[in-house]
Design a protein around this ligand. Structure first.
Ligand code: GRF
Length: 200
């Protein structure tokens, strides 16, 4: 049974999908800790409602990113988590996190990487005029949304779409593929080989 720590900055709908997948046993595991860098993140409320330990760690109270991440790592270590899931976590992971959890940190991105990395990926794709977009779950490495890809899912972009309707369609896919990627990790089925992830 895998222990999962989730880092989230926003509404936490992906967190909710992960909690639900643990509850209904799609994932043989449980979310043991939720950390947010935003005091008012709705993700923290979702964690409380699910009786999961949740903490707000304020990056502004630390003189450097390294010291902030040291605190984050300390909390994750204490929770005993085997996997760290970034779910709408709006910070780029730095050296301290990576030196402790590389290969054990995954992220969800609302576009088909390597297209449209970074912020506002749905808007970037919509404005570009793509005919398909989607979501990507990947291991986290030193770059911004550059790590080895675990799962991707496509959605069509329709003529009458707005940025919002596209975002919603992508989010629905995120809620399917994130728990699926975690299930594969939990079952030991993911093997990183260079840039590629082999699904055993
Ligand atoms: C998702 O679209 C995720 O891909 C992106 O931020 C959004 C977070 O949504 N990184 P939520 O907080 O999980 O509802």
């Amino acid at each position: 049974m895998i222990k999962i720590a989730v880092l989230a900055s926003g509404s936490g709908s992906n967190l909710q999908a992960i909690i639900d997948a643990c509850k209904n046993k799609t994932i043989d595991g449980s979310v043991v800790l939720v950390i947010s860098d935003k005091k008012d993140a709705y993700a923290l409320k979702r964690a409380k409602d699910a009786l999961i330990e949740s903490i707000f760690i304020d990056p502004k109270s630390f003189p450097s990113k390294g010291l902030y991440e040291t605190e984050v790592v300390k909390a994750i270590k204490k929770s005993g988590a085997d996997l760290v899931c970034l779910a709408g976590y709006m910070k780029i992971v730095g050296d301290v996190m990576l030196s402790n959890y590389k290969g054990k940190t995954i992220n969800i991105h609302p576009a088909l990487l390597p297209s449209f990395p970074g912020l506002h990926a749905q808007k970037q794709a919509f404005d570009y005029g793509v005919k398909v977009s989607g979501a990507t779950v990947h291991f986290v490495d030193e770059g911004c949304d550059t790590g080895p890809i675990i799962i991707q899912s496509c959605v069509k972009v329709f003529e009458n779409d707005t940025e919002e309707s596209l975002q919603k369609r992508i989010l629905d896919e995120e809620h399917k593929i994130y728990p699926e990627a975690i299930r594969l990790f939990a079952e030991g089925k993911l093997k990183i080989e260079g840039k590629k992830v082999k699904i055993l």
